[in-house]
Ligand binder design. Sequence first.
Ligand code: HEC
Length: 279
Amino acid sequence: MAKKRPGVFWSTVLTLVVLYGFMEFVFPYFAMWVAGTDHLLPAPSAFMLIYMALALIASLVYVYSDDEKIREFWAPVLALLREDENRRTIQVRKVLAVVLPLLVGAYLFFQQMPRANPPLESRMQHPTIPGKYEKLRNPYRDPEPGLVRAFMQERNLQGVPEAKAKQMLIQEYVMEGRMLYGKNCVPCHGAKVDGTGLLARGFRLKPANFTDPGTIATLVESYPFWRIQEGGVALPSEASPWDSAMPAWKGQLTDEQIWKIILAEYDLAGVEPRVVGMK
Ligand code: HEC
């Protein structure tokens, strides 16, 4: 067993580590100098991969050029796996048996872990609404006199002033909307409409927080109507990166139900929709 000098195996490993270190830590300075920029230019990962793969192939070609080198290259590996029975080797085996699965586990964990930091590309939160939705308005925010009168008939409210009855009717729509919201939207958008439902943590692109002045308060009501009907799949590419988990509700909820949910959503969030022109 070659114990004195590093041996073919370890010198190969060392060469690869040095090359990797060069690419990772020295190359960005070199690239910055060549390109004349004032910030570091790290090597793109695809380039790194090709470079390291070539370095590995070159090392193996070198090792496999000679029978003696092949034997020497594999000697430490074979010794660790089966031949050597001295105490240190046995200890190394034990340590590896623990450390390797931990390393693989940690790698996978950090790969999969949802990250809180925003992506480099900027995401457009509110892409343009499709034309056919633009003109829609919420029929329940300011119900027609006909609806109010029917409601008064139904509830025997003849003595009540019409304006008051209208407020009661709207309140009724809001309550219906709240029920529907509670049934369908709470798991993601949360009971307090702040985007902290039970499922919310699982999504990289967080469910919208309706109390945030940057969401529904900046929008005309037809906008959430579009978003609720068509969901995340209908978002154009400007709204990437990160796929939206917002479901499309058009098969599940009627237009009327969606308008009532919207009414409730603004009500729960304590904000008013943006109004264009006169109402
Ligand atoms: C599976 C989780 C989930 C459920 C259930 C869900 N949403 Fe969403 N919703 C999201 C996510 C994630 C976003 C943010 C990404 C986006 O804009 O598509 C979002 C965005 C929205 C937006 C856009 C807000 C904005 O500022 O553009 C509206 C409106 C909305 N949801 C309403 C609802 C309503 C109403 C319901 C119930 C009928 C509902 N959502 C159910 C996950 C969900």
